[in-house]
Design a protein around this ligand. Sequence first.
Ligand SMILES: Cc1cc2nc3c(=O)[nH]c(=O)nc-3n(C[C@H](O)[C@H](O)[C@H](O)COP(=O)(O)OP(=O)(O)OC[C@H]3O[C@@H](n4cnc5c(N)ncnc54)[C@H](O)[C@@H]3O)c2cc1C
Length: 391
Amino acid sequence: MTSPDVIIVGGGLAGCSVAWHLAPHRRVLLLEQGEQPGAEASAQNAGMVRRLGEDPYERALALRTHRWLEDGPPEEDWPDAPSRKTGALLALTHEPAHLHDAASHLKDAGASIEACDRPATIAPVLAGTRLSFAWHLPDERVADAWTLVSGFLRGAKRHGAEIRTHARATSLIIENDRVVGVQTDRGPIAAPEVVLAAGAWGAHLTPSHLHRPLLALRRTLLQSAPHPISSPEHPWTWIDDIGLYVRPEGGGWMLSGCDEALDPPKHIAPGSRGPVEPLARALALDKLKGLPALRDLRLSGGWTGLRTFAPDRRPILGPDPELPGLHWAAGLGGFGVTCSYAVGEAVAAWLQSEELPWLDAAPVSPARAFPRRWAIRPTGDVGAARLIASP
Ligand SMILES: Cc1cc2nc3c(=O)[nH]c(=O)nc-3n(C[C@H](O)[C@H](O)[C@H](O)COP(=O)(O)OP(=O)(O)OC[C@H]3O[C@@H](n4cnc5c(N)ncnc54)[C@H](O)[C@@H]3O)c2cc1C
């Protein structure tokens, strides 16, 4: 490629989705510092497509992505379907109204969601569990992030995009108060538009005069040995207020106690996957005591990964009003699979000065006001949040 119209920094779900949406219209160069795209947070997730999130703009992105997944992504880019319907149970123990606002939003948007009196009849994993409320979403899905990433890249390349791996952006090139390219470890590359989709590393590339807080929180995912009530048809099940989810996987369960630990990447190099810490494992095991159906569960492994948030837990998307030429696709927290398609659609549309009927730009703007202190949930319990200062 001679000279790109757009450089995308980062080859996770965010960057690859932006590339797929932009490549038919612009000459796109995607830079990925690692050996291959999709190998960081995008390879560490639980793959649940969850529309019942706490933030309304996250939900708008989730609804849009879910519809696309349900309709069936184009076969030329996705010969294998990237998602399948499993249904989901969102249950609550001590804060029964915690998701009511979100549920009303989804109902208005036409999603199937109903209060569920006997959740264990739908999700046997909840047999004997004390709950105060539960929502059943029969159309919820799971997605395979690598299949999504591969399809986005296939389509982007088909339209002439170049994907360059082992290529690290080290800073933005700014001239006359606008971004005109990217400095890389292999030299400068000029382009009139740059999209930052660098996941947990976004803060390293943010020019110092901009306040764009992005914080990486480490979370643990555990895997169990095969278990008799696990089946591919079992809905993924999340006890949202205490913070515990289980998803059938490989004959056993994939699960998390929803721990959150502040852990910005110390190194500029890729490699955010970490080992399971004893405390996080103990937290999950303690919560599992509330699921008598899994009393005999044997854990067989797991890992940790980074979820990167803005302090209001809302994504940072679109053109930066304080630095022309710069666009953001960042802060996808724990919903980057769920929102993957729509994040790319929104960022690509706004880069081409198009409006979107389904998402306002202002609430996700990079220049919105961010809280100075924000709540993280070290134990995953919504009632036991801890306030920390944002950078
Ligand atoms: C444990 C865990 C469970 C999760 N479960 C779910 C779930 O069930 N459902 C859901 O929807 N989401 C889930 N997520 C969240 C989801 O995985 C993320 O939101 C999503 O992967 C973020 O994608 P990204 O492209 O922003 O970041 P990443 O996938 O991290 O991609 C960023 C890329 O940018 C590259 N990069 C960074 N800096 C540079 C640079 N300077 N130059 C070049 N390249 C650079 C990195 O190498 C990386 O490949 C989970 C995440 C974790 C960690």
